[in-house]
Design a protein around this ligand. Structure first.
Ligand SMILES: Cc1cc2nc3c(=O)[nH]c(=O)nc-3n(C[C@H](O)[C@H](O)[C@H](O)COP(=O)(O)OP(=O)(O)OC[C@H]3O[C@@H](n4cnc5c(N)ncnc54)[C@H](O)[C@@H]3O)c2cc1C
Length: 529
C-alpha cells in the first residue's frame, strides 16, 4: 500500500489546481511545498507595514471569467472570489495625458480617439475579433495541450484564424505598430504585452491575440492572491488529502521505469500508487527524476533554458490616500483605473528599457504597471488606508551582479519612487507611511523555481512556447516516464495565474488512469470561418 494515490510537488496555484481536480475524482493526494507557506507565485504578505497586504507576485488575475476553474472547482464555495473593475487599465504620460481602457467599449474608443481616431477604430475591430468572436478558440488553445502547427492548421481554417496564426511570423513590436499609429497608444500596448514578460524577438507576435483577449478581463482576487491556493487546499483537505509545507522534495523515485514517489530533503520517502506530478521548473524536475530517463534532445534544450532578459522589481507602498495621478485633469476616469502603466513615452524608450535589462543595467527608463488594490478591495489595507504597488521591468543581475539588489536597495527604492512621483502628485512623506522594494533577487529567494527572478519560469520566446515548452515530449504535461507529469508553468502554455498547465495535467492524469470526472473538459481547438 502506497502512502497516497498521487503526489504533487509544489503548492503554487498550478500544483494545487491539479490537486483540487484530482481530489474531486476521489484520489488521495499529497501536495508537498518547500516553503513555510503555500502559494508560490500567488502569495500575499504584509511586507511594507502590518495590515497592508501585498501580492508579492501575481496580482492581476486575467481572463478568469472565461476559465473553466471557477465553475469546475466551485471555488467560490471554497473561499475564492474576485472583482473585475469597470475601469480596467490606463497609460499615463509625462505631459499629463492618459489613455483609459474601460470594460465599456464605447468609453474606451472615446479615450483612444483623443489620440487617434484610426486607433480607436482598430481597437474596436480587435475587440470584436479577439475579446468576443475568437474567445472560445483562444480559451480552448489555452486549456488544451499545445498542438504542432500542422495539426493546428488541420483544425483551424478561414481568414480570421490565418491572421491569428500569421502573428507568429512577426515580433511583438511590429504587430503592435502595424495595428496602432499613435506613439503613446503603441507604447501602452507594447508595455501591456510585456506584462507577461514576452521578449521582443521574431515570432513573439504570436502572443498578441491571447493577451489582447484579456485587455478588459483583469480581475483582483478578494483578500489577496493567496485566496486561490487556499481555496484549492480546502478542496484537497475535504477529499482526505494533505497539503504539507516546509516539505522540500529532492528526488523523484523511479521504480521499474515508473514514478512511484519522492524523497524529501530530510531523507524521508513518500510513495504514490498512481502518479507523481511536479509543478516546479522543468530543468529541476528532470534532474530530480534522472536525466538519463529523457532524450538527449530534451536535456540539451533544458541545459540552455533561457530564464528571461527581464524580471520585475516591485515598490510596495503603505499609504494614507490612494495615489492620485496628474492625468486626472485630462481624464478623471484615471482615478478609477485598476492597472496603471507609466514611465515610457514612445517605442524608443520602451526599447531602451528592455535593452538595459538585457545588458544587466538598472534601466534609465523605468517603466511598468501597478495598482492600488485597496481601492478595489478594502481588505488589502487597514480601514481608511491604502496599499499600492508599481513594478517596473528590471534585470536580475543588476549593474552586473544580483547582489547589488541588496547592497543598493535604498538607492534603487528611491529611484523607483522618484519615477512614480513624476506621474502621481501625492507620494510625499506625508502620505507614504512605508515602502518596501521586492527585487528579482528576492523573487528567486522566495520561490526556488523562479530562477534568476524568472516571472514565468522561463522566457517567452518562440523556442520556449507552446509545443516547444520545453520540448514536444513534455509540453503536453505527460513525460516519457510512466506516472510522471509536469503541471507547472515550465510546460505548454506557460506561466501566469491561469491554472492552465495544472488543468491540462489533471485531465491527462484522469484520462491515463481511466478515472471518472464530474466536469466537462474544455473542447479541443476547432475553427472554420
Ligand atoms: C513579480 C511578479 C509578478 C507577477 N505578476 C503576475 C500577474 O499579475 N498576473 C499573472 O497572471 N502572473 C503574474 N506573475 C507570474 C505568476 O506569479 C506565475 O507564473 C505563477 O504564479 C506560477 O505558478 P505555478 O504554480 O506554475 O508555480 P509557483 O507558483 O512558482 O509554484 C511552485 C511551488 O513549488 C515550490 N517548490 C519549488 N521547489 C520545490 C521543491 N523542491 N519541493 C517542494 N516544493 C517546491 C515553490 O516554493 C512554489 O510554491 C508574476 C510573477 C512575478 C515574479
Amino acid at each position: 500500500m502506497a502512502d497516497f494515490d498521487g503526489i504533487i510537488i509544489g503548492a503554487g496555484h498550478n500544483g494545487l489546481t491539479t490537486a483540487a481536480y484530482l481530489s474531486r475524482t476521489g484520489q488521495k493526494i499529497a501536495v508537498l511545498e518547500a516553503n513555510p507557506e503555500i502559494g508560490g507565485g500567488t502569495s500575499t504578505e504584509e511586507p511594507a507595514l502590518p495590515g497592508h497586504r501585498a501580492n508579492l507576485h501575481a496580482s492581476f488575475f486575467m481572463g478568469l471569467g472565461h476559465a473553466p476553474l471557477m465553475r469546475d472547482l466551485e471555488l467560490q464555495r471554497f473561499g475564492f472570489s474576485y472583482v473585475e473593475p469597470e475601469v480596467q487599465q490606463a497609460g499615463t504620460f509625462r505631459d499629463g495625458s492618459c489613455v483609459v481602457i474601460h470594460k465599456d467599449l464605447d468609453k474606451t474608443c472615446a479615450s483612444l480617439a483623443r489620440f487617434s481616431k484610426r486607433d480607436a477604430d482598430t481597437f474596436r475591430d480587435l475587440y470584436h475579433r479577439y475579446v468576443i468572436e475568437l474567445r472560445p478558440l483562444l480559451v480552448s488553445l489555452m486549456y488544451n495541450a499545445p498542438l504542432p502547427l500542422d495539426q493546428l492548421q488541420d483544425r483551424l481554417s478561414g481568414p480570421k484564424v490565418q491572421e491569428l496564426l500569421g502573428h507568429a511570423k512577426h515580433d511583438l513590436f511590429s504587430v503592435v505598430s502595424e495595428y496602432f499609429d499613435d506613439d503613446r497608444i503603441r507604447t501602452l500596448f507594447t508595455s501591456y504585452m510585456h506584462v507577461i514578460t514576452t521578449e521582443n524577438v521574431p515570432g513573439s507576435g504570436m502572443v498578441f491575440p491571447g493577451i489582447f483577449a484579456n485587455v478588459t478581463g483583469f480581475t483582483l482576487p478578494i483578500g489577496g492572491a493567496i485566496a486561490y491556493p487556499l481555496a484549492c487546499a480546502r478542496i484537497v483537505a475535504a477529499a482526505g488529502g494533505v497539503v504539507r509545507t516546509d516539505t522540500k522534495v529532492r528526488e523523484i523515485t523511479i521504480t521499474g521505469g515508473r514514478a512511484t514517489g519522492v524523497v524529501l530533503d530530510d531523507g524521508t520517502t513518500l510513495t504514490a500508487d498512481r502518479f507523481v506530478a511536479s509543478s516546479i521548473d522543468t530543468p529541476t524536475t528532470v534532474a530530480m527524476a534522472g536525466r538519463e530517463l529523457f532524450d538527449d534532445a530534451v536535456n540539451e534544450k533544458l541545459d540552455s533554458w533561457h530564464w528571461g532578459n527581464h524580471s520585475l522589481t516591485t515598490l510596495h507602498l503603505a499609504m494614507k490616500q490612494a495615489p492620485v495621478y496628474k492625468a486626472r485633469d485630462f481624464d478623471s476616469d484615471i482615478d478609477d483605473a485598476y492597472n496603471v502603466f507609466f514611465g515610457m513615452e514612445d517605442l524608443d524608450e520602451v526599447r531602451s528599457c528592455f535593452r538595459d535589462c538585457e545588458e544587466g543595467r538598472f534601466p534609465d527608463v523605468l517603466m511598468g504597471n501597478g495598482a492600488c488594490n485597496s481601492a478595489f478591495d478594502p481588505s488589502y489595507a487597514p480601514a481608511g488606508r491604502h496599499s499600492a504597488f508599481w513594478w517596473p521591468f528590471a534585470p536580475y543581475a543588476v549593474d552586473g551582479d544580483p547582489a547589488n539588489w541588496d547592497e543598493k536597495r535604498a538607492d534603487y527604492t528611491q529611484r523607483v519612487l522618484d519615477m512614480w512621483r513624476q506621474y502621481a502628485t501625492n507620494l510625499g512623506d506625508d502620505n507614504v507611511d512605508a515602502t518596501y522594494l521586492y527585487t528579482p533577487l528576492d523573487i528567486e529567494r522566495h520561490n526556488a523555481n523562479m530562477i534568476q527572478g524568472a516571472v514565468r519560469m522561463g522566457a517567452y520566446i518562440p523556442e520556449q512556447l507552446g509545443i516547444n515548452r520545453p520540448h514536444p515530449q513534455l509540453s503536453g504535461t505527460r513525460t516519457p516516464v510512466e506516472g510522471l507529469y509536469i503541471c507547472g508553468s515550465g510546460v505548454g502554455n506557460g506561466g501566469g495565474m491561469n491554472g492552465a498547465p495544472g488543468y491540462i495535467a489533471a485531465n491527462a492524469i484522469v484520462d491515463d488512469l481511466g478515472l471518472a470526472r464530474d466536469w466537462t473538459p474544455v473542447a479541443q481547438p476547432e475553427w472554420r470561418d
